[in-house]
Design a binder for this molecule. Sequence first.
Ligand code: ADP
Ligand code: MG
Length: 624
Amino acid sequence: MSKKNSAVQEFEYKAEMKQLLDLIVHSLYTHPEIFLRELVSNASDALSKARFGSLSDDGRLKAVGEPAIRITLDSKTAAFSIEDSGIGMTEEELIANLGTVAKSGTLGFMQALREQKQELDGNLIGQFGVGFYSVFMVADEVTVETRSALEGSEGLRWRSSGQGTYTIEKIEKNEPGTKISFTFKEEHKEFAEEYRVENIIRKYSNFVDFPIYLGEKQLNSITALWQRPKSELKTEEVNEFYKFISNDFNDPLDYLHVSVEGAVSFKAILFLPKEAPMELLYRQGELEQKGPQLYVKKVMIQHECRDLLPEYLRFIAGVVDTEDLSLNVSREIVQSSPVMAKIRQILTGKILGWFEEMATEQPERFRTFYKAFGPIVKIGLNTDFTNRQKLIELLRFESTKTAEGEYVTLKEYVGRMGAEQKEIYYHSGGEKKQLLANPNLEYFQDNGIEVLLLSDPVDVFVIPSIHEYDKKPLKSIEKADIDFSSGTKERDEAVAENLLTPLLAIFRETLGEGIEDVVESHRLVSSPVTLVSGKDAMDSQMERMMKMMQQEMPAGKKILEVNPSHPIIRNLSGMMMADERNPLIRTTIRQLYEGALLLEGGLDSTTDFVSRMNELIEAATLSR
Ligand code: ADP
Ligand code: MG
């Protein structure tokens, strides 16, 4: 620690920050070299901000020196420093940026990750907006000397050993910018070797938009990849570029190079990640998509531009560079600019075309993409009406006729529909296996009618909004008003009409208010009863989703369908003839009803169910 004098102020980290630092220092075992990527990326951000700031010319910024990042090393003393001539930080900014966790939820998120993976991958750290702190993986104490480019700022020194406190003091510093220096921990001394630093920069930071010097030597090659013709691009460098801009450490699944000249002109290189980013998976609810980077004439204007793509495509990473905006454009102008609207429209069309082509030419790749991002893309069905038809064609479903891991499109479904079939049937909720166990499917299975199995939870929100495809209405098989008259199969001997009517009356009387009605079933083959929704009722899967989202909802009443050919139902009718008051009849009816509820995931408590089951077993074992 520095000598204490009156000019040195000491600050304490907030509790959350302490925990986070502890996690970083003691749990990040893999990829310690990413500290360099993070520091370079911050330096580069600072330089971009300074460049953008002086371009947008609000007069408050002091002119900065040559934009560059300079690294110094001393392999003997294991000393390291990185300096940029960027925007710098004021005292408030130092406290806000290097003393607190910027994004809420970061700590919990990292802790959850650690519990899951045991070993926390240092590679991930940049995704959490806490990249700076990765220096504490390799250094015990860190010094940041900075001066803001804002007119009238002073030099400041920030120092911390990442243990709970940090200090700030005033220093002499003539030029705006930031210098970060420290000595490597004994076990990380290797990073003070030139070749090591060179390799890391090549690996992670080759595409930084500003020169990175080690001594006299420039380590990176600055190239605007997207400006070059597609035919000249090598997959390897494109992949490296993707990793650089996205913080992903996997290669992209695919990329799209776009060059448009006309009403607007722009070039773009866009990437599909292989997997949905963790944030997307963990932070559902606050789905904060990022969007590509916006460049104007090769100068970065916005790091994560939300206006370039519609929300349902914002998981696509990349760069869009246009000549049609001015360099000193402000965020507000970007947002409302007709140029942006035009770019977004063209890009959306190109991207959907790209997906379509992938689906036909690279079905394997498309499947990977659809698995990871299908649930997000589907949201477009409810928001992007211009492209609705294209999005509908992209939909893929499992069905009662698809093999494991295979999908069917609506087009294929319609193509193989039987001549008498007038509707497209779907069944939603849970996984394929669970869906297949539902008695409501029996009629369809028995008659060889294909049913789409909607296993993605998003489906219940978007699929019902597609009222029809190719003039065929889409219908949930839970709906009670499906026409079953075209069924061909012979049925087993059924309970006679004059006995069924009083039996159904006993069902109604026993189940009472809980149920809308009890009717004879035409769809069941091997199950005694099933629950279906009335014409205007909500699909049961939809109901469950609403419950999960804590929406207040009147409990939807169901219709119980009874299979008059089933042995249990035939036996019940026999029991009714012998003694209508036999309590076993009511017990059995309750049990059948709750069993049907259980099957569709709607039974809240199993206590009664189990005690009734025991009662019935007792009766069964007694009679032997
Ligand atoms: P992120 O870069 O994702 O915001 P970091 O932990 O890497 O998270 O950095 C935190 C913040 O500290 C940055 O957003 C920036 O405001 C500030 N900062 C870090 N390094 C520098 C630098 N070299 N120059 C100016 N500001 C910096
Ligand atoms: Mg950073």
